[in-house]
Write a protein of this length. Sequence first.
Length: 193
Amino acid sequence: MPTSKKKAIATKKATMKKATSAKPVAKKPATKLVEVGAIAPAFALLNEAGKMVSLADFKGKTVVVYFYPKDDTSGCTVEACDFRDNLAQFKKLGCTVFGVSPDSVKSHAKFIAKHTLGALTLLADEPANEGGTPSVCAAYGVWQEKSMYGRAYMGVVRTTYVIAKNGTVANRFDKVSVDGHVGEVVAAVKAIA
């Protein structure tokens, strides 16, 4: 066998050995959802105007925190518009509503302007570094492994929490289907008002 052919075979074997001996990429651990009755994790995040908003500022009030994957996508836009359209009902019940996603303050501001979301407050839970985990999403257990077109990735699982006046989780809506969801949340807030 010619030397060049032997070298090619040896190189191919070495490459295959390296590929098969590589360690599998470790999955990021899924975070655990906060149970109903547990104390809601504290947070302080910037809103769309760059102002710090803290859950502690709403002690003694009912708060709805809805987590959504991404600004200006179809489902997230419908959900945000539904919350916007029902803000008067929430206010009448003495309830404040916050939307939270890993998007930036600038992205939130554009999203609000584009869809005239008005008084709806969106909070930016940006990861500390590229590819990092958004801390509030992780604390509430909504940062989980998802898949699309056979590709696994970490992202926000659409989830809504109703936080009672005493700071505990009164209700949690998992893997939310956007249609009719806000009506369910209004009903849950009425039940504890």
